[in-house]
Design a protein around this ligand. Structure first.
Ligand code: SIN
Length: 285
């Protein structure tokens, strides 16, 4: 466990305990219901950039506190399927019980990568957990990129992934229920340069990426199948076990996640605030 101090200390005594070398750290010593001072914010952001996803325990946030916390990191994103009459359109409800036919995020994805400017980050608070299960897996896409051979890295550099909302949302939301009345779709570099760390990461995911634009379909299918399997390697992962009022804050630019739906017929319930991002780019290293 390391203690993070920032130049403008004393803010709070943040403790950051990594879950795995690749990804994930549990943070203690901060009360997220309270406004964050600049020094604490800077220390959290540094830990987040280093570990890709931060976990916090016992953070009983109101919707307003949750949104205010998200806004400390950027402008809030509204999900394409946010109900038009929602009181808090910036809050996405995440729910599973014995009646639903799907739960959000139960396959590997980076949130809303089908947007032209996909969300930078997501901040999920789970308030009700099943008696066991309902964990979330997170995967480092830096580690996935770095785990490829030089030759494969060179092949992928400059290729374009097509990300389609329809593949993920069809059967869950009708196009007419979505923000723009149509399924979002976007093209992004397969290798993405992180705008803050400068590191390269793999930016394809089985939730949204349907093909690689420059390749014939058979080659695109085979390459994506390989990359999805590669991203699922356990040494790129951490696994988080939720308790009521745990919060996870992840960087969608370099991490994917998968919510495990193994708790049927029990209930799991939570709320996600999502923070807007920029158009992905690739800058050769
Ligand atoms: C999501 O994809 O945001 C849902 C993750 C989860 O429920 O653990």
């Amino acid at each position: 466990m390391s203690s993070v101090s920032s130049p403008a200390a004393p803010a709070v005594d943040l403790q950051v305990a990594p879950l795995t070398p690749a990804i994930g750290a549990e943070v203690s010593g901060v009360d997220l219901t309270q406004p964050l001072d600049d020094a604490t914010l800077a220390a959290l952001r540094a830990a987040w950039l280093r570990h890709l996803v931060l976990f916090f325990r016992d953070q009983d946030l109101t919707f307003e506190q949750h949104k205010a916390l998200g806004r400390r990191f950027g402008e809030l994103h509204i999900h394409p399927a946010a109900p038009k009459d929602a009181e808090h359109p910036e809050i996405l409800v995440v729910h599973g019980d014995d009646k639903v036919e799907f739960v959000a995020g139960s396959l590997w994805h980076s949130d809303v990568s089908c947007d032209v400017e996909p969300p930078m980050a997501s901040m999920l608070r789970i308030v009700q957990v099943p008696s066991s299960g309902g964990d979330t897996l997170f995967a480092s896409m830096y580690a996935a990129y770095e785990g490829l051979s030089d030759r494969m890295q060179r092949l992928l550099a400059g290729l374009t992934g097509v990300h389609e909302g329809e593949q993920y949302y069809r059967g869950r939301y009708g196009a007419g229920d979505l923000r723009d009345g149509a399924y979002p779709s976007a093209e992004h570099p397969v290798v993405r340069t992180h705008p803050e760390t400068g590191r390269q990461s793999l930016y394809v995911n089985e939730g949204f990426t349907t093909r690689i634009k420059e390749l014939p379909l058979a080659e695109s299918d085979a390459l994506l199948a390989f990359l999805f399997k590669h991203c699922a390697r356990p040494d790129f992962h951490c696994r988080f076990q939720w308790r009521p009022h745990s919060v996870a804050f992840w960087d969608n630019r370099c991490a994917q996640h998968l919510a495990i739906w193994d708790y049927y017929p029990e209930t799991r319930h939570g709320y996600r605030v999502t923070i807007r991002g920029d158009a992905p780019f690739y800058q050769p290293g």
